[in-house]
Write a protein that binds this ligand. Structure first.
Ligand SMILES: CC(=O)N[C@@H](CCC[C@H](N)C(=O)O)C(=O)O
Length: 395
């Protein structure tokens, strides 16, 4: 039986329920892809300015806000949200659906941003909660090409002496309202790949005179699917998924080009490099078999998300009672939160949005992804615990 997390929330947090709904729904209407988040940026700047803060634009479409402590504790904790939506056509049927054609907040970033805006509002209305400096980081382009790297390089973490960083991801596979995280590895490292299989066009009735890129691709795709099962140790976690395949021009023409794209993921540099090398080796074999040409481009995206163990130990008690949290089992999803971890200690946390009864278990990146905004209050509660209830972070 799911714990009724909402009933257990303090009244001071529940008071933000209407604001959670209105923020999330306003942001949900205006999804924008990575480094195009101009309307989103304007919304965030406006919201924070109306609260009386002075936010700063960063990395073109990002925003940061430094909120100093009011009790002299000079310790800065950063809270990060991603901002971008996805090129997904929304089919949730909600009355606050995306107003940007072909784009959708299908990965919950509207919820992540709302929680950070609620922190800003909470700290404004509860000055007693300003026990340590807070740096709010609204980061563009998590879905790609990656905004965390540019934020780290911009120097804002050093400028505001951020000592640790926290962030959430809504997860439909975690029970509604639960906080779920882990010490150590949490999310995978990822490289995108883009492949062209080049053959020779011809009449479909004369296959011997062409080089059929479709047949070569079929063999190559089936070979790629064996890399994880046959070349990676069962003790390692690894994944290779092909997300797009396009080729051919007409039913009676031999295709001279097929393009593929996908993602290869693991938790270690060695496994990652070995898989990429196998993809190249296999391509050379397919070239020999079919006399085609295969061009492969890899774009290394994010390292794995590895949570700081010492920091986890400090914040886990602040994530609620035993029935309000659960340890996270690492997943093959990727996150550029990993880039902050290269710079400072941090813990990334899952926030459960999944509820069978309410139909909120549709996966991330699908056109039906949706969640109950009440979970955002649980996120707010734990952010506020982290900002106020911890002793000094000894990192
Ligand atoms: C949480 C989530 O869905 N993250 C994305 C990150 C995408 C990074 C990049 N485009 C890649 O696939 O390499 C994910 O796909 O896991």
């Amino acid at each position: 039986m799911a714990v009724d997390f909402y009933q257990k929330l303090p009244e001071a947090i529940k008071a933000y329920a209407p604001e959670a709904v209105s923020l999330r729904r306003a942001l949900h209407k205006i999804p924008e892809t990575g480094f195009n988040e101009r309307e989103t940026q304007a919304f965030i700047m406006d919201y924070l300015e109306k609260l009386g803060y002075t936010p700063e634009k960063v990395c073109d479409t990002g925003v940061v806000l430094f909120i100093p402590s009011l009790n002299g504790l000079d310790e800065t904790i950063a809270i990060r949200t991603d901002m971008d939506g996805l090129g997904v056509v929304e089919e949730t049927g909600v009355d606050f659906a995306s107003e940007h054609e072909g784009m959708m907040h299908a990965c919950g970033h509207d919820g992540h941003m709302s929680m950070v805006l609620l922190v800003a509002r909470y700290l404004k209305e509860h000055p007693e909660a300003r026990v340590r400096n807070t740096l709010l980081v609204f980061q563009p382009a998590e879905e790609g090409p990656g905004g965390a790297g540019p934020i780290v390089e911009s120097g804002v973490l050093e400028k505001y002496k951020a000592k640790a960083i926290f962030g959430y991801h809504l997860f439909p596979f975690v029970e509604e309202g639960l906080i779920s995280t882990t010490p150590g590895p949490m999310m995978a490292m990822t490289s995108e790949f883009y492949i062209d299989i080049l053959g020779k066009s011809g009449h479909a009735a004369d296959p011997d005179q062409g080089i059929d890129a479709i047949v070569a691709t079929a063999d190559y795709v089936s070979g790629l699917q064996k890399i994880v099962s046959r070349t990676v140790s069962p003790n390692d976690s690894a994944l290779l998924s092909i997300g797009t395949i396009n080729g051919g021009t007409r039913m009676n023409i031999i295709a001279d080009k097929v393009s593929l794209s996908g993602t290869v993921r693991s938790f270690s540099e060695d496994v990652q490099e070995a898989m990429k090398q196998r993809m190249v080796d296999m391509a050379r074999g397919i070239e020999q078999m079919y006399h085609c040409k295969i061009e492969i481009k890899f774009v290394d995206m994010y390292p794995p998300v590895i949570n700081s163990e010492a920091l986890f130990d400090q914040i886990w008690p602040l994530c609620g009672e035993a029935d309000e949290k659960k340890l996270f089992k690492k997943v093959m999803l990727a996150e550029d939160f990993a880039m902050y971890r290269k710079a400072i200690p941090g813990v990334f946390m899952g926030l459960g949005s999944g509820s069978e009864e309410k139909g909120y278990t549709q996966n991330l990146h699908t056109h039906g992804f949706n969640f109950d905004e009440k979970v955002l209050l649980r996120g707010l509660q734990v952010y506020m615990n982290i900002l106020t209830k911890a002793g000094e972070y000894t990192l």
